[in-house]
Design a binder for this molecule. Structure first.
Ligand SMILES: [Zn+2]
Ligand SMILES: [Zn+2]
Ligand SMILES: [Zn+2]
Length: 112
């Protein structure tokens, strides 16, 4: 009596990537942190504020859209943008790189 059937589960690439809520056609995921976005002026244009003080290198820059803090990205050694976002509670940043205008929420970890 062979009561079980070997049925391999096919890989589902859609489930392995981003949450489904972002993928519904026509519906935009409304991040609750968007209410914290202000029209800010960058506090510096020279680079990551903390890295400038400590003399550390950085790779890319992120602009806090709540207070204008400029910090370095997750590919940088110190990740000051993430520290600022999660430490102070300003989760939404915009890329501070020339030609890039995407926004990112450090809490939900999604592009906005
Ligand atoms: Zn969020
Ligand atoms: Zn930094
Ligand atoms: Zn901030």
């Amino acid at each position: 009596m062979n009561s079980y059937v070997l049925r391999p589960t096919p890989p589902n690439p859609a489930a392995a990537t981003a949450p489904q809520v972002q993928r519904r056609a026509g519906a935009v995921y409304l991040d609750p942190h968007l209410s914290m976005v202000r029209s800010v002026l960058p506090q510096t244009t020279q680079g990551c504020q903390e890295c400038l003080q400590s003399g550390s290198p950085w790779l890319h820059l992120r602009l806090c859209l709540t207070c204008g803090h400029v910090g370095c990205c997750d590919s940088s050694p110190s990740r000051h943008a993430r520290l600022h976002a999660l430490g102070i509670g300003h989760p939404i940043v915009r890329s501070f790189e020339p030609g890039e205008d995407w926004r990112w929420c450090y809490v939900d970890e999604i592009y906005l």
